[in-house]
Design a protein around this ligand. Structure first.
Ligand code: ADP
Ligand code: MG
Length: 447
């Protein structure tokens, strides 16, 4: 790093105004040199460089131009040779098979779950990019990587993709050097190791790997001995600069009964979330999967399913499989009426009329408050947010006027309702948590 160029990072940081993207993509950059109107910067790996080129080039150029007072400044992005001698070393191993395309696969990972088969949209872009960065250079970028998101949104897929990629590209010294285990199995292994007095063996197994991936880590919460073992394994791997990746259905702070020392360690690295997919992403996933499985799925049916299905991608895939099977048995083409018929009971009935009272009831249940609270004038924090969400949903899901909504919330003025709606909409970009909460409530309303 050329110290004189360091302030550029600070300028970019202010320009981005987003700590998470800054830490992920800008902090690891090294500005090396500026001459001939060209700024040289290094990146940890090729993928990283491509990402910078596609997403941050303009910002970096603009900020650097400002700082260096240079017009038409050019960027030269250079991959800095990996410090880890293990990376970029392709290893031969009996356990590795070569599939038709000549790429390496391991029996440990589901060959269908790769980065190639993972459809990227706004909802999962960050988690996908972070996973790819980690797979390309284990232990060198974000450690630990903590991926969280709701059920069926692609967490397990990403872990498999990391494993498949790291093996195929020689980013680990050997496929055996990756441990991939669910929180539940990890817990069972701790119990067995204790029972059969094989703790030493257990420790050896998990502390000598290049990558440790634990799926659904929330499972170990509340299990004292398992958490203690994981804690020591974590530390051993972390100091040895080995990669740790965990997934969870919740943000670390929201996992109940998780030891504080683990929670804080999860926050040391990068926390990447996966949000429920938007309609476009759902359509893209359906199209990709139907092509792979030779199911003829017309665009309008894909749109229909994406709009009506819940955000759980596993459920979405299940619908497609069911449609494909029925179409092939009956020899009928897949149309919207056909889909409606076959998927009766599975599709959300978003045409169902919803009342303000329904919404109030479900929102109150969700937050554990009383209907009388939501209608009251009390302004405690625990009531204000549920009240605003309920007003926002009433406006969006029911055909009622602002004044009617105000009436049904204990006789409030229509300007109070507008304020509530603005409050919620204003947070959409900044607060993915809130989006998820609202999606959850909506799916309860329509189930
Ligand atoms: P989770 O572990 O978060 O519950 P999974 O990783 O098991 O979810 O994903 C559920 C299913 O959805 C899998 O079959 C997976 O391949 C598929 N899936 C999830 N996200 C995507 C995506 N972005 N692109 C393609 N398939 C996806
Ligand atoms: Mg999973």
């Amino acid at each position: 790093m050329d110290e004189n160029l360091f302030p550029i990072k600070q300028i970019i940081k202010e320009e981005l105004g987003d700590e998470s993207s800054y830490r992920t993509w800008i902090e690891p950059l090294n500005f090396k040199d500026f001459s001939n109107n060209t700024l040289v910067l290094t990146v940890p790996n090729k993928f990283f460089g491509e990402w910078i080129n596609d997403h941050y080039k303009g910002t970096i150029q603009a900020c650097a131009s400002r700082f260096l007072r240079a017009k038409d400044l050019k960027l030269n992005i250079v991959v800095e040779a990996a410090k880890n001698p293990l990376s970029n070393q392709r290893t031969e191993n009996a356990e590795i098979r070569t599939d038709g395309n000549g790429s390496l696969t391991s029996p440990l990972f589901n060959p269908a779950y790769t980065f190639d088969t993972f459809v990227v949209g706004d909802s999962n872009q960050f988690a996908q990019a972070a996973s790819l960065a980690v797979a390309s250079a284990p232990g060198q970028t974000y450690n630990p990587l903590f991926i969280y998101g709701g059920v069926g949104l692609g967490k397990t897929h990403l872990l498999n993709a990391i494993g498949n990629y790291a093996i195929a590209n020689g980013c680990v010294s050997s496929p055996q050097n990756i441990s991939f285990i669910s929180g539940e199995v990890f817990t069972n292994e701790v119990i067995n190791a204790i029972r059969y007095d094989r703790m030493e063996e257990f420790r050896q197994k998990f502390r000598n790997v290049d990558i440790l991936m634990i799926d659904d880590i929330q499972f170990i919460a509340g299990k004292e001995r398992t958490q203690a073992e994981f804690f020591h394994t974590f530390n051993a791997l972390y100091v040895a600069k080995k990669q740790i990746v965990v997934t969870s259905d919740k943000f670390p702070r929201d996992i109940k009964n998780l030891e504080e020392r683990l929670r804080s360690r999860f926050e040391w690295g990068l926390i990447a979330d996966i949000q429920p997919p938007d309609i476009e992403t759902k359509v893209a996933i359906l199209k990709k999967k139907s092509e792979r499985e030779n199911i003829h799925l017309p665009d309008e049916v894909a749109m229909f399913l994406a709009a009506k299905a819940s955000s759980n991608i596993r459920t979405l895939e299940g619908m497609l499989t069911r449609l494909g099977a029925f179409a092939s048995i009956t020899g009928k083409p897949i149309t919207i009426p056909f889909a409606k018929e076959i998927l009766k009971g599975i599709l959300k009935d978003t045409d169902k009329p919803v009342t303000v009272e329904d919404i109030q009831k479900i929102v109150c249940e969700h937050f554990g408050i009383r209907i009388s609270d939501i209608k009251s004038k009390r302004r405690s924090k625990s009531l204000v947010l549920p009240r605003q969400i309920a007003m926002y949903l009433s406006r969006n899901l029911c055909k009622v006027s602002l004044a009617d909504i105000g009436d049904k919330f204990g006789g409030k003025d229509h300007s109070t309702v507008i304020h509530a709606i603005n409050k919620i909409e204003g947070q959409f970009d900044k607060n993915p948590h809130l989006m998820q909460t609202i999606e959850e409530i909506k799916s309860k309303i329509y189930s």
